[in-house]
Design a protein around this ligand. Structure first.
Ligand code: SF4
Length: 373
């Protein structure tokens, strides 16, 4: 543990920044075990039905979810204000978390977890466009020291598959090309992985990939078996349906979304998705309004005007509490590296003046990025 902070001293010094402390207050308190993680709270809220009863319709389950969400939000508020202590000894037979798990398994077959809504019959192990079938696939997990200062050491779990098809993906092997080379794990095993990471010193559990969206049912179920306290971090492209987001929003303590493109044209060209802007910005806004958040923006070469500027302006207006990581580490990878002639305009690293232009605009807009970038 000590050697981690020796390698990343900023992981300690960043907490001296009052803005970081204030904006990540919930995450900080869970990280230090001063407050229970949201999934721990969700597990203590008893529900008076069997959520796995197949005779209950999905519509009915959503209504029950909405009812218990009110209870959850009231308890969360009181816990934040120091007016409520969780009774961790009481383990109900079925909880608010079980409702979420039950809905998630219904949403995954035919699948509409991500905004592609491709409808793959994943119960029958049919793969969706994301490349994931009926099982949770984990490629690796470890204490990641390369994440933002407040997050490291981050207990990172790399899942296989991704709804986006980025032609420059740095994790293209696990997200697109060799998804099956990962290990198939059960929700119980996934909980054991999380426990091992936390007990080894992780500040959080960082669900990433590929992307964790196709794995939502397994991740939610793993929380049922996870018997320790740890902040849950969602590290994702956020190209998910509103239904999927509603399941996550009460169990994720800190969000780490990507906001890559400032328009649908660039998203379709480089990640082969439609309606990117509306879907992703609405989801990020909802996450921001319901939790702590660090937004990542990877600057693409030649995309300052069409993407970076629009994104930074949107962040300043719509998610003013967000900390932002303006990322300069783009490098041509995957198909761009293989076919540089075909993708000439992004077959290079960003220029210094592009980075400075992004910083200048962020400063002008009052965006807090320096402690994080
Ligand atoms: S998560 Fe995968 S299977 Fe589900 S809708 Fe998206 S692409 Fe299809």
């Amino acid at each position: 543990m000590f050697e981690y902070f020796y390698m990343r001293p900023d992981a300690l010094s960043v907490w001296a920044d009052p803005v970081v402390r204030e904006r990540l207050a919930w995450y900080y308190s869970v990280m230090r075990n001063e407050k229970p993680a949201k999934f721990v709270i969700a597990k203590t809220i008893e529900v008076d039905i069997d959520p796995y009863d197949k005779t209950i319709s999905l519509e009915e389950l959503w209504k029950i979810h909405a009812k218990y969400r009110e209870v959850f939000r009231k308890i969360l508020k009181e816990i934040k204000e120091g007016k409520y202590e969780l009774d961790k000894t009481s383990v109900p037979r079925y909880s608010f978390l079980d409702i979420k798990i039950s809905i998630a398994y219904r949403l995954y077959s035919p699948c509409r977890l991500c905004a592609r809504r491709c409808g793959a019959e994943r119960f029958k192990d049919r793969r969706g466009i994301c490349g994931v079938g009926g099982k949770c696939i984990v490629h690796s997990y470890f204490h990641h020291l390369g994440e933002e200062a407040p997050l490291v050491p981050s207990g990172t779990i790399f899942y296989g598959g991704c709804p986006l098809k980025c032609i420059f993906c740095q994790n293209w092997d696990i997200s697109q090309a060799y998804i099956d080379r990962g290990e198939k794990v059960s929700p119980k095993e996934l909980a054991e992985i999380q426990k091992e990471l936390r007990l080894g010193g992780a500040r959080n559990i960082n669900h990433v990939g590929g992307d964790p969206i196709p794995h939502i049912p397994f991740i939610l179920e793993s929380f049922k078996y996870l018997d320790i306290n740890v902040p849950q971090l969602w590290n994702s492209n956020m190209y998910m349906t509103r239904e999927a987001l509603l399941l996550l929003v009460d169990v994720i303590d800190i969000w780490l979304p990507d906001l890559k493109y400032g328009n649908d044209k660039c998203a379709e060209k480089y990640s082969l998705v439609k309606n990117y802007w509306e879907i992703v910005t609405e989801n990020i806004k909802y996450a921001h309004d319901n939790g702590d958040i660090i937004i990542r923006h990877l600057i693409l070469p030649g995309h300052i005007h069409c993407c970076t500027k629009k994104i930074l302006k949107w962040i300043a207006k719509n998610t003013p509490r967000a900390l932002v990581n303006i990322m300069d580490q783009y490098r041509p990878e995957y198909l761009v590296e293989k076919y540089p002639e075909r993708y000439k305009e992004i077959a290079r690293r960003i220029r210094k003046e592009e980075l400075l232009e992004a910083y200048r605009l962020a400063d002008e807009l009052g965006i807090v990025y320096r402690p994080i970038s």
